[in-house]
Ligand binder design. Structure first.
Ligand SMILES: O=C(O)CCC(=O)C(=O)O
Ligand SMILES: [Fe+2]
Length: 297
């Protein structure tokens, strides 16, 4: 039997309430965070790609599931979802305590079609060799409902509270609950929460999600944005989005290039010989120490 259901809140939920839910459940649904209009626009951009895309061929990626990656090259709308205020508030809560800045880890569409069977239950932080439970979360996932998520059309299955389980406990299907949410809502969960795509028993309904994962700014990113997003696309982005992609220095000095320069400055025309290198210290620090949010555990 599932331990408990996943909680749904609206945009007015306070930071304290969200922090309390996340501490206990590791997951929450934020209702109606984007308008149907905004979703219809991104879907119109992505539809031609989804149309042409073949289904996966594997237990994990599914046999009736289509995935799209490199969304930055397919639509200009993705940034507003990735940088949604409420999403960033959730990242401040779940990643902020462990890094000076967080980054985009992964971003894709998962469209689950009729006849799909459940994806194996897993934790999204499995690429990072950390024991569970851990005080320190490494990554946080979001799923945007670009269509309604129903139990019948393949809503993600999730086990609230499973971020607190140790690594020996095996998750069971009968412990999961469906992430039922309306188009425009998103579900957020920390990296240690067990989940998996659901079974789609409908005759002709596709359940379309946009996945966006975020991680601590001092970890290797799951997707390689530097090679998959052309530089002219990065240069045309608002600065905060480019920084989220990794064109950034994680304080004090992770990720610099050329003459100890910030990558965003370099791609915007910094000339290597225009000045000598300068010290890179964490914000507010007077010497080479870690920033206040990077705790050693
Ligand atoms: O599409 C879904 O509902 C889940 C997909 C997922 O968890 C994954 O691919 O890591
Ligand atoms: Fe996953």
């Amino acid at each position: 039997m599932p331990m408990r259901d996943i909680q749904t809140v609206d945009l007015s939920a306070s930071k304290d309430d969200l922090a309390a839910i996340l501490k206990q459940d590791g997951c929450v649904i934020i209702k109606d965070a984007e308008t149907h209009g905004a979703i219809d626009v991104i879907l119109a951009d992505l539809d031609p790609y989804l149309e042409r895309k073949a289904c996966g061929e594997g237990d994990f990626v599914g046999f009736y599931t289509k995935r799209l990656h490199s969304l930055f090259t397919k639509t200009q709308c993705v940034g507003s979802f990735l940088m949604n205020d409420k999403v960033l508030e959730m990242m401040d809560l779940t990643l902020g305590p462990w890094c000076e800045s967080y980054q985009l880890n992964s971003n894709s569409i998962t469209a689950i079609g009729p006849n799909e069977t459940p994806q194996p239950l897993h934790r999204d932080d499995l690429m990072y060799p950390m024991a569970h439970p851990s005080e320190r979360n490494t990554c946080t996932s979001t799923f945007w409902a670009l269509t309604d998520f129903t139990e019948e059309n393949g809503a993600t299955r999730i086990i609230p509270g499973s971020h607190l389980w140790d690594d020996h406990r095996i998750p069971r299907e009968d412990e999961t609950v469906p992430v039922v949410m309306s188009k425009g809502s998103f579900c957020v969960f920390v990296g240690g929460v067990y989940h998996g795509g659901g079974r789609n028993v409908t005759a002709n309904e596709w359940r379309i999600a946009m996945f966006a994962g975020y991680s601590l700014g001092w970890l290797r990113q799951e997707q390689n944005w530097y090679l998959s997003v052309p530089l002219d696309v990065v240069k045309a982005m608002p600065e905060p989005l480019a920084r989220l992609l990794g064109y950034n220095i994680h304080k004090p000095f992770l990720g610099w290039m050329q003459d100890l320069q910030d990558p965003w400055d370099v791609i915007n025309g910094y000339e290597e010989l225009s000045s000598g290198g300068t010290d890179l210290y964490a914000d507010g620090a007077e010497g080479p120490v870690q920033g206040p949010n990077v705790k050693i555990v």
